[in-house]
Design a protein around this ligand. Structure first.
Ligand SMILES: [Zn+2]
Length: 298
């Protein structure tokens, strides 16, 4: 069903990672830089993430002894250092997610400044350089990949070229890719946010999550990789999180899965390569050196 399946630890049939992007109120400040300080509804909606949802999510992970990955903009680390501390104290991983959730496409050419400011926040607040990166709005570019390689980072989680983790290769070396896709992201079913251009019809929790669980069943059957990309202020709300928690409980009881951080999956891939038992599929970058349409459209 899938090419090049990864042998998971202890014979597990599927790797599972429930990742969170804790964007908090960075979204409104980057979308409306001139007057975001007056936009109280959007700021309060963002603050719900670190202040209300995160303690709930951490409590669930503690109860089931799960270690997971969180991606947090540098500005949010600075605004909510106690949240970062609680995440790290519980043994989870925090990855790079831009500084103020700036889009790497619209800031192309000046990513170094944003990227390094974020690394500086990670060093000060988390005490280390992050191993992983997820691009705000998934808009990763070659500029960012160069910066990741320059700073010794190990994996990205923004691209969609396969069902399971793979390698990306540039002239400067390799990184792992932990692939995302929109079918396992909570933005389409839950985001209703005019200022950042998303007015999705909000779906009832069970109906929205049913799509995720169908994705899981297919990955489980194929021996693959199930990655959720969630946001605390969306899926950390009571009715939605209650269902995720129930799914975690049922899955741990009835299925043979391996819950891991994405860095843990990168460790596992390293070990498999070292022992010669498996090697990843490779996507060579760049895909194009100039826009292919340029030859027909001026
Ligand atoms: Zn984000």
């Amino acid at each position: 069903m899938i090419r090049n399946p990864i042998p998971w630890p202890n014979g597990a049939k599927c790797a599972v990672a429930i990742s969170f992007d804790m964007d908090a109120d960075s979204l409104i400040h980057i979308a409306r830089p001139d007057d975001s300080h007056r936009r109280l509804y959007q700021t309060s909606m963002g603050r719900y993430g670190p202040n209300v949802a995160l303690p709930r999510i951490l409590d669930t992970y503690r109860r089931y002894d799960l270690k997971q990955s969180f991606f947090i903009p540098g500005w949010c680390l600075e605004q909510y250092p106690e949240t970062a501390e609680a995440i790290l104290n519980d043994g989870h991983e925090i990855g790079h997610h831009g500084y103020l959730h700036e889009d790497p496409i619209t800031t192309y050419g000046s990513q170094r400044e944003w990227f390094e400011r974020t690394l500086d926040a990670h060093k000060r607040i988390c005490g280390k350089v992050p191993q992983g990166y997820r691009a705000p709005v998934y808009n990763i570019t070659d500029e960012v990949i160069d910066l990741m390689q320059e700073n010794g980072m190990r994996y990205d989680s923004s691209m969609m070229a396969d069902d399971i983790p793979y390698a990306i290769e540039t002239s400067k070396g390799q990184l792992y890719e932990m692939p995302v896709h929109w079918g396992t992201d909570d933005w389409p079913p839950f985001a209703h946010y005019e200022e950042i251009g998303y007015m999705m019809p909000v779906r009832p929790p069970a109906a929205a999550l049913a799509g995720f669980w169908e994705e899981f069943e297919a990955q489980y059957e194929a021996g693959g990789f199930f990655l959720l990309i969630l946001h605390p202020f969306l899926t950390g709300r009571l009715a939605r999180w209650r269902l995720i928690e129930k799914w975690i409980e049922d899955t741990l009881k009835t299925r043979n899965v391996w819950f891991s951080t994405l860095a843990g999956i990168a460790d596992h891939m390293d070990a498999l390569r070292k022992s010669g038992t498996w090697s990843p599929s490779v996507e060579k970058l760049p895909y194009f050196n100039k826009p292919p349409a340029k030859q027909w459209i001026s």
